[in-house]
Design a protein around this ligand. Structure first.
Ligand code: CA
Ligand code: CA
Ligand code: CA
Length: 474
């Protein structure tokens, strides 16, 4: 398998953070939107927030790497995924994806909720074509809770609908809009209500195959038609949020399943890693305590056997209140039974938690990109596994390096999965793929639903974009 750089985009500044979504320009072809800054992503949690040294910018590029327009969002827009989610989505049905994001019009107050708006941009010009006030239901909560915003899109019997959401840990608010931007429904899930909180990812899929998309609001599935709860896994007991929530289909029985790695509500007697079936009933559960932080599902066992990974974060506070991540605990399971599993090349420590599963060559088995270890002070070098792609046996498939932007089927017309990485000092973004890939029946089955294509448009909201957590689904 040979990996090649199949696209390059020159963003022109030293890069601290980059997010990206595909944008259809209708008969003008496919474009790529980048949202980027020299400053790394800023989190609203008081123990993680810092003051930005650079603004956030949008830039639209052609597939060939030509810059079409740039917009600097200015000093009132905080450069972080929770403050400033964005989405490309054709809500009005003209085959051109509008760009939707949370702007702040109050240039004197970066935390202003009165100044925050849902803003729409025409991708053909980069100009604003609409604004409406951003709901401020979370205003009374702590800063970490207030600025957890999401924008998502989905379909109800073929009609597009837009979703805006606020909150994750306490009170949570969701609003849904029809193509003319009239509100279709609005719900509040109060902090004390039964059932799960949200997640840091928000996959959208027609999970029960009735023609209506659901959003995974953590372990709670919400209908985009009318906002009703389709079901909520472990509804009577679990009140926390899941770092990771992954829907997937098991080829052996053809049924859908849900893999959840829980972060919050760590109470004695309640396990942290769960598999649920298509009715929300538990199949297996494991790991009796801790903050589960990363997780994935990969076709990496014999005969496409699915392996599930769950990583438990061991965060420590060192001098002066600084937080650092100690060695994590990593768990590997047979995804369907919960029995302990192994990867042949993961004998050495915690490598499995730094793997991003991708099927570059389309054969139905996942390869893995090995991220840099964020706990390590050693840079990625060509001599280590870090920054490289390996196959499911650990064989080397080539060096890519960089930091992750998004992964999965980035270009729909190129066979197999691809990965998009940014290179901070080179100021560029590169997409790597396998031009000789041949899509097998197993690969095609994973892509038979529009899940992957549609969820690429949601890589600017939440943590959907990192660690392959959305692109490893199905
Ligand atoms: Ca449109
Ligand atoms: Ca449905
Ligand atoms: Ca493969």
């Amino acid at each position: 398998m040979e990996l090649k750089c199949i696209a390059e985009f020159d963003l022109g500044i030293t890069l601290g953070q980059v997010r990206s979504v595909p944008v259809s320009l209708g008969d003008k072809g496919e474009a790529v939107l980048f949202c980027y800054s020299s400053h790394p992503g800023i989190d609203p949690w008081e123990e993680a927030f810092n003051f930005p040294t650079d603004t956030l910018k949008f830039a639209l590029f052609t597939r060939g790497g030509e810059r079409l327009w740039t917009r600097d969002l200015g000093g009132s827009v905080i450069p972080g995924i929770w403050f400033t989610p964005f989405l490309s989505f054709d809500l009005d049905g003209d085959n051109v994806d509008e760009i939707w994001f949370v702007n702040n019009l109050n240039n004197e107050a970066p935390f202003s909720l009165n100044g925050r708006v849902l803003e729409r941009i025409d991708p053909l010009t980069g100009e604003t074509t609409g604004r409406r006030p951003w709901p401020k239901g979370t205003a009374h909560e702590s800063m970490s809770h207030v600025y957890r915003f999401f924008i998502a899109g989905g379909y109800v019997h073929g009609q597009p609908v837009l979703l805006t959401c606020q909150g994750t840990y306490g009170d949570m608010f969701l609003q849904c809009y029809n193509p003319g931007m009239e509100q279709r429904w609005s719900i509040k899930i109060a902090a004390g209500d039964p059932g799960a909180r949200s997640s840091h990812v928000c996959p959208v899929i027609d999970f029960n195959d009735d023609g209506i998309d659901e959003i995974f609001w953590g372990e709670r599935l919400i209908s985009l038609d009318d906002g009703h709860e389709v079901f909520c896994c472990d509804r009577e007991k679990f009140r926390g949020h899941s770092d990771i929530i992954i829907p997937f289909r098991n080829a052996a029985d053809g049924r859908m399943y849900i893999y959840s790695c829980r972060e919050g509500h760590d109470v004695p007697g309640e396990d942290r890693v769960w598999l649920y079936d298509d009715k929300g009933e538990p199949v297996w559960h494991a790991v009796d305590k801790g903050h589960m932080h990363f997780g994935w599902i990969a076709n990496s066992g014999e005969n496409y056997r699915k392996i599930a990974m769950a990583m438990r974060l061991n965060r420590v506070v060192v001098e002066n209140g600084l937080m650092r991540e100690a060695e994590p605990d990593v768990f590997l399971f047979d995804a369907m039974t919960g029995e302990p599993a192994e990867l042949p090349f993961c004998g050495e420590g915690d490598l499995a938690s730094d793997l991003i599963p991708l099927d570059f060559d389309g054969d139905g088995y996942h390869e893995f990109f090995v991220k840099n270890d964020e706990r390590s002070t050693n840079p990625i070098t060509e001599n280590s596994k870090r920054g490289r792609v390996i196959d499911r046996f650990g064989n080397d498939c080539g060096y890519i390096g960089g930091k992750q932007v998004r992964s999965g089927k980035i270009f729909q017309d190129i066979p197999g999965d691809q990965i998009m990485q940014f290179y901070p000092k080179e100021r560029v973004v590169r997409v790597w793929g396998c031009p000789d890939a041949v899509e097998s029946d197993v690969y095609k089955a994973r892509h038979a639903s529009p899940f992957h294509e549609r969820n690429q448009h949601m890589m600017g909201t939440g943590y959907n974009h990192i660690n392959g957590v959305i692109s490893c689904a199905m």
